[in-house]
Design a protein around this ligand. Structure first.
Ligand code: UD1
Length: 313
């Protein structure tokens, strides 16, 4: 029976991946999460089908035995958020860089076949050309972006120096059910949806004309499963995005239309470290992995809004 490990498996993306693995008939699914931002409730209905370990990825001794002999390790554990990494750079450095190193080291020592690493589109920074393709020179603008980029470099170095395969997926602003809207560092769509359902004005940092390639979480799950299975891609980096681009003003307008309300947003100063535009070139990922995103922005938004509606009731 093949064993799969998901670090950060109690988080928003990690728990969706755990469900995806179980849907695909994965034999053994091991979750490692220190519950800093993850929540056990995210795994509620699958708790009996997985092994859950409350451990910290920075601790090699704790995680190494859990990785031993796994087919694939999906490394989702991280301290996310660009502004958080600017305000408190040390914890995110320790988790995103030191923690990633320990995950790769434990996986290599434990004869894991492949690590699929959750990298970030933030690595691109502000490029002159859109969409952003993997061959562009990365220009990180924040500690978070630099940390995620270093993780990619470490992953590909492990693939070339040790007997382990690695693949990095640069996620583009993932959203969907279970994304926690309650922190000041939460993803913008989760914050927008909470405001919408509570009939409050959201805050938009800047003029709202910055754009993102918002990617529905189930498309990211499918991409991870493809990245785990595809042969001949070790050491490589792929975009995990939709290929589209939506401004924050457009996103808020669409949410108001779906809900049938009109609420003027409050505009505030732009956030330091913010990237202006983000859009994935999906050519390479589609050619190498056969990946095609299935959810349009409006579909994903409606599904997510439905989930929050039930959650907040
Ligand atoms: C970045 C990465 C993303 C990564 C995420 C992890 C880029 C392009 N994307 O997301 O891949 O998953 O970090 O944390 O670098 N905003 C508001 N009002 C709010 C909250 C946010 O206007 O209440 C704005 C932000 O200023 C930003 C945009 O919304 O312009 C998106 O912010 P956020 O959802 O935090 O994600 P990124 O920082 O873009």
């Amino acid at each position: 029976m093949k064993k799969y490990v998901v670090t950060g498996g109690a988080g928003f993306i990690g728990s969706a991946l755990v469900r995806g693995l179980l849907r695909e008939g994965a034999g053994r699914v091991v979750v490692i999460d220190n519950l800093l931002t993850g929540r056990e409730e995210n795994l509620e209905e699958v708790r009996g089908s997985i092994e859950f370990h409350k451990e910290d990825i920075r601790c090699y001794e704790s995680i190494a035995p859990l990785m031993e002999g796994a087919d694939t390790v999906f490394h989702e554990a991280a301290i996310p958020s660009v502004p958080r990494s600017i305000l408190e750079p040390a914890p995110s450095h320790e988790v995103n860089i030191d923690g990633t190193f320990q995950v790769l080291r434990a996986a290599a020592d434990g004869s894991v076949r492949r690590v699929v690493y959750a990298a970030s589109s933030s690595a691109y920074g502000d490029t002159e050309v859109l969409p952003k393709s993997e061959s562009m020179l990365p220009r990180p603008k924040s500690p978070y972006a630099a940390q995620k980029l270093l993780g990619e470099y470490y992953a590909s170095v492990f693939a070339s120096c040790y007997s382990i395969e690695t693949v990095s997926l640069r996620y583009f602003n993932v959203y969907g059910p279970r994304q926690d809207p309650s922190s000041p560092y939460s993803g913008v769509l989760s914050v927008f949806m909470k405001a919408l359902l509570e009939r409050r004005a959201p805050t938009i940092f800047g003029d709202g004309e910055q754009s993102r390639d918002f990617t529905y979480v189930e498309d990211v799950v499918a991409l991870n499963l493809q990245a785990a299975a595809a042969p001949g891609i070790s050491g490589q980096v792929f975009n995990g995005g939709n290929g589209g681009r939506i401004t924050l003003n457009e996103a808020w307008a669409l949410l108001q239309r779906i809900e049938g309300v009109r609420i003027e947003p409050v505009y505030a100063d732009p956030r330091p470290g913010d990237v202006r535009h983000s859009q994935a070139d999906t050519t390479a990922v589609s050619a190498a992995l056969g990946h095609t995103p299935r959810y349009s922005f409006e579909e994903g938004l409606r599904l997510t809004l439905e989930w929050y509606r039930k959650e907040f009731r």
